[in-house]
Design a protein around this ligand. Structure first.
Ligand code: HPA
Length: 278
């Protein structure tokens, strides 16, 4: 059965306005095991239960929204820990509820994160991949199954600007993986699939032929629902595994471990980008 959230975006916005009279400069959505911005100053916390009328069910997500400052007098940010996925049986409007609330609240920037499998064989576990502007994602299943609703509007060039900022700020930081040496951030195309099972090797071959660099099960609905609004979205994938023919896939625990290590570098990147946005 398809599940729906009991609250609307407008109801969530009322709760957000009570939590903070000031609209944050950015909202950050944390995917499986991604842990950044966990020490905010003047923080106010609201559980998703109170905000959306329900809590997310996947391990590695705490299901809270925190509004606070990166440092005293610094930019105000909303950090959303956890999201609702299509593979959990939620409908499109539930999966995009948090994003629609962020848009309606007037938050100008949305930074999405996710755990993803690497398809590009130049990638390493722990890499951070910025989804590159106009060429940011593939969405084969939603388009094929007609699940994509009419709300999706044409993308504007905003997505380019925010993802370019992530890359240009990233170039100035010491966040390169020790074994990588080459560049601090990868840039690539994210294939959003419904899941919840990981891909077969035949699907991995297919996605490589489609020129996807990473694969995951979220982010695309949230990106799409910012198109045509005053909220600019950009996304970063934490590469938790790389699909190599000779290697077995790790389970959810390994995914969480790889995310934890990459989170430290992502934390530096987001703090530096937020300082520029604020
Ligand atoms: N596929 C899909 N989703 C994922 C993966 C993967 O390999 N790794 C982490 N999330």
């Amino acid at each position: 059965m398809i599940k729906s959230a009991p609250r609307t975006a407008s109801e969530a916005v009322s709760a957000l306005k009570k939590l903070s009279a000031e609209v944050p400069v950015a909202a950050v959505v944390l995917g499986s095991g991604v842990s950044v911005l966990d020490k905010l100053v003047d923080a106010a916390v609201l559980p998703y239960q109170d905000l959306f009328g329900m809590a997310p069910g996947v391990v590695g997500h705490s299901g809270t929204l925190t509004v606070g400052r990166v440092e005293e007098g610094g930019p105000l940010v909303a950090v959303l820990r956890g999201r609702f996925h299509l593979y959990e049986g939620y409908d499109w409007s539930t999966v995009t509820l948090a994003t629609r609330a962020i848009v309606e609240w007037g938050v100008p920037n949305l930074l999405l994160t996710n755990a993803a499998g690497g398809l590009n064989l130049d990638y390493s576990v722990g890499d951070l991949m910025v989804l590159t502007g106009y060429r940011d994602h593939l969405n084969p299943e939603l388009k094929a199954t007609g699940l994509l609703p009419a709300i999706a509007k044409p993308a504007t060039d905003c997505r380019n600007k925010l993802s370019e900022k992530l890359v240009s700020v990233g170039e100035t930081l010491d966040i390169t993986l020790p074994q990588a040496e080459v560049r601090p951030l990868q840039q690539g195309v994210y294939a959003g699939l419904l899941g919840p099972t990981y891909e077969t090797m035949a699907e991995i071959d297919m996605l490589r032929k489609l020129k996807a660099d990473a694969v995951g099960m979220s982010t695309v609905p949230e990106m799409l629902c910012c198109d045509g609004t005053n909220t600019t979205a950009a996304a970063v994938s934490v590469i938790t595994n790389v699909w190599r023919p000779e290697e077995a896939m790790g389970g959810h625990e390994e995914v969480l471990e790889a995310s934890k290590n990459a989170s430290k570098r992502l934390d530096k990147l987001f703090k530096a980008v937020l300082a520029e946005l604020g």
